[in-house]
Design a protein around this ligand. Structure first.
Ligand code: NAP
Length: 296
């Protein structure tokens, strides 16, 4: 298979690139290993994306996906296992080998794990990294949210509407989350925030999570634990110049290799927001369009 542009990842960044490329007459291939929309599927309510006073993440993902599909952009649902770059860029999956002139990396970030004993084994049996996806499984139950950023507080607000009790455990004595969100959370009588503490152990009964143990030896009833402690960028297969695995790009989204761009949450930057991810998608696409037009 030979392509002009391959976009790996179909979050808001990758889909924004695809819209601009396709409308300029360049036919990109989007590769996606899960579902179009990426982290959008984990956002309960979005109130800071221009044009939408309030929209759910999955709804916004669906709207953008529809827009992309109406332009007849091609999708390949497959997992990339290797990428090499010599004269051309070669992307290998289990089934395909794809050559491409340009590559846009839009692989985003994955939730950071706490990596406590038994965490892996309890995923889906009490441990979750996505309140929006799994919250309904804990209706009227007691849950713990770990973290002190916007994600943790948003998750706690979402869960407070469903669960019996929500305890937020934060390792420091002040939250990183915006005040507006914290105030919203405090309006729920079934919530508490425990500061200066950490979960050190998951306590189970017959393979089912029942409690968490804290650093100060307290035990808290927990049918579910939602871990919201930030994200790690997805592996950097091309060994591009990076900072803690976040890919370093210039103002045109060029990485350290020619014709390889990176956009969205996978790059090193100051602001990780939907609007900035979409913006980076457009910048990379326009740069490719300019190069191609100047080669005509
Ligand atoms: P974040 O802002 O990086 O916060 C991560 C939180 O987890 C911090 O409170 C951190 O503690 C804690 N943490 C990290 N590692 C930990 C560990 N090993 N054990 C215990 N606690 C740990 O991540 P985020 O909340 O996922 O947000 C990511 C980005 O998305 C941010 O820029 C955020 O503003 C944005 N976001 C925005 C919205 C919105 O605008 N509505 C919603 C969600 C996310 P410390 O504070 O001690 O470092």
């Amino acid at each position: 298979m030979e392509e002009k542009v391959v976009i790996i990842g179909s979050g808001i960044a990758g889909m924004s690139s695809a819209i601009y490329l396709k409308r300029a007459g360049i036919d990109p291939l989007i590769m996606e290993k899960e579902v179009a929309g990426g982290q959008l599927h984990k956002a309960n309510v979005i109130e800071n994306y221009p044009g939408f006073e309030k929209i759910s993440g999955p709804d916004l993902a669906f709207n953008i996906y529809n827009q992309v599909k109406k332009l007849d952009v091609r999708y390949l649902y497959d997992e990339v296992i290797n990428i090499t770059k010599e004269d051309t860029i070669i992307i290998k999956t289990k089934k395909e080998e794809i050559k491409t002139k340009y590559l846009i990396i839009a692989t985003g970030r994955a939730p950071r794990k706490l990596n406590l004993e038994n965490e892996e084994r309890l995923i889906g049996k009490g441990i979750s990294y996505c309140a929006l996806c799994d919250g309904s499984l804990y209706k009227n139950k007691d849950v713990v949210v770990i973290g002190g950023g916007n994600s943790a507080i948003e998750d706690a607000i979402y869960l407070a509407n469903i669960c019996n009790k929500v305890s937020v455990i934060h390792r420091r004595n002040n939250l990183r989350a915006e005040d507006k969100l914290v105030e919203q959370l405090k309006e729920f009588p079934n919530t508490q925030i425990i500061y200066d503490n950490e979960v050190v152990e998951y306590i189970t009964n017959e393979d089912k999570l029942t409690k968490v143990k804290l650093k100060d030896n307290r035990e808290i009833k927990a049918d579910g634990v939602f871990i919201a402690i930030g994200y790690e960028p997805i592996a950097n297969m091309l060994k591009l110049e990076n900072d803690n695995n976040y890919i370093i790009v210039d103002s045109k989204m060029h990485t350290s290799l020619p014709n390889v761009y990176a956009i969205g949450d996978a790059i090193k930057k100051d602001v990780y927001q939907l609007v900035t991810a979409a913006n980076e998608g457009v910048i990379a696409a326009v740069d490719i369009i300019k190069h191609e037009k100047s080669n005509l």
